[in-house]
Design a protein around this ligand. Structure first.
Ligand code: B12
Length: 216
């Protein structure tokens, strides 16, 4: 069927770093009324395959950079449509950033974009954010949720230190914030190790979780 066929096309095209063909296909699918979230999910899978090929020595870091660049261009194409479709009524502030030592920001940016499309105020601290910066910004802003992003194994310890710093500063100020960790490697075990309250490995799950936390 049509959807299955184009899904099959987008993932391998991205995994093969076929920039022009990926962008052409995304434009065509959007023009035909394709679902922007579905496109992002497929690109996610394409990037996962790029990561595997990098691990297997088939791609170098330049391949990772190229895949990130293609995904950034895809996000530029889908963002206006997503914003139209998802304009939500939620309110609440989410403080996000990629933890110290980690410069991956595509997933964080997508999560931030989707949260904003659902009515959240998103304050983004960027990448390689030191624990003390997370803590001082959280104390200053009093967000409803703090979201830490991390894609590499080394991020686990950075997240752990960030959560500890946040909690001790917040305790001193007699306040508290739920901490959500996001990233492809996040699971229950990592969440427990890091000391966070929640984990997500998908931006839409993050949006739904933030909605629940704000409603509560
Ligand atoms: C693109 C990429 C890069 C780009 C990043 C560009 C950028 N601006 O982000 C560049 C080239 C810079 C890069 C560098 C490196 N990378 Co890299 N990279 C990737 C790659 C291919 C894709 C990552 C990505 O963007 N995925 C797509 C996004 C959308 O997915 P995501 O981040 O998981 O986000 C989703 C969810 O997790 C969630 N989410 C994420 N964050 C948050 C936050 C919140 C609050 C919420 C709610 C949700 C949420 O929402 C998103 C959408 O659903 C991955 C492969 C992979 N499998 O992920 C490797 C990968 C992450 N990189 C890897 C490595 C090793 C590196 C380098 C060390 C390589 C090197 N030798 O230099 C460096 C590290 C530099 C550093 N200190 O950070 C490894 C990590 C392995 C490990 N166990 O540590 C991976 C897994 C590749 C691999 N299989 O080996 N990389």
């Amino acid at each position: 069927m049509k959807t299955t066929k184009s899904r099959d096309q987008l993932i391998p095209l991205l995994a093969d770093l076929e920039e022009e063909a990926v962008l052409l296909l995304v434009r065509e699918r959007l023009a035909a009324g394709g679902d922007p979230l579905q496109i992002i999910e497929e690109c996610n899978e394409g990037l996962r395959q790029v990561g595997q090929r990098y691990e297997q020595g088939e791609f170098f870091v330049s391949g990772l950079i190229m895949s990130g660049e293609i995904f950034r261009e895809v996000v530029e194409l889908v963002q206006p449509l997503l914003a139209q479709q998802t304009r939500g009524q939620s309110s609440g502030t989410v403080l996000v950033g990629t933890v110290s030592g980690d410069i991956h920001d595509i997933g964080k940016n997508i999560a931030g974009m989707l949260l904003a499309c659902h009515g959240f105020t998103v304050v983004d601290l960027g990448v390689d954010v030191p624990p003390a910066v997370f803590a001082s910004k959280a104390i200053e802003l009093q967000p409803d949720v703090v979201g830490l992003s991390g894609l590499i194994t080394a991020s686990f310890d950075a997240m752990k230190t960030t959560v500890l710093t946040l909690r001790s500063e917040a305790h001193a100020q007699r306040c508290s914030f739920p901490v959500v960790i996001g990233g492809g490697m996040m699971d229950e075990q990592v969440c427990r190790y890091v000391g966070a309250d929640y984990w997500v490995a998908n931006a839409m799950d993050g949006v739904r979780l933030c909605q629940r936390l704000v409603a509560a």
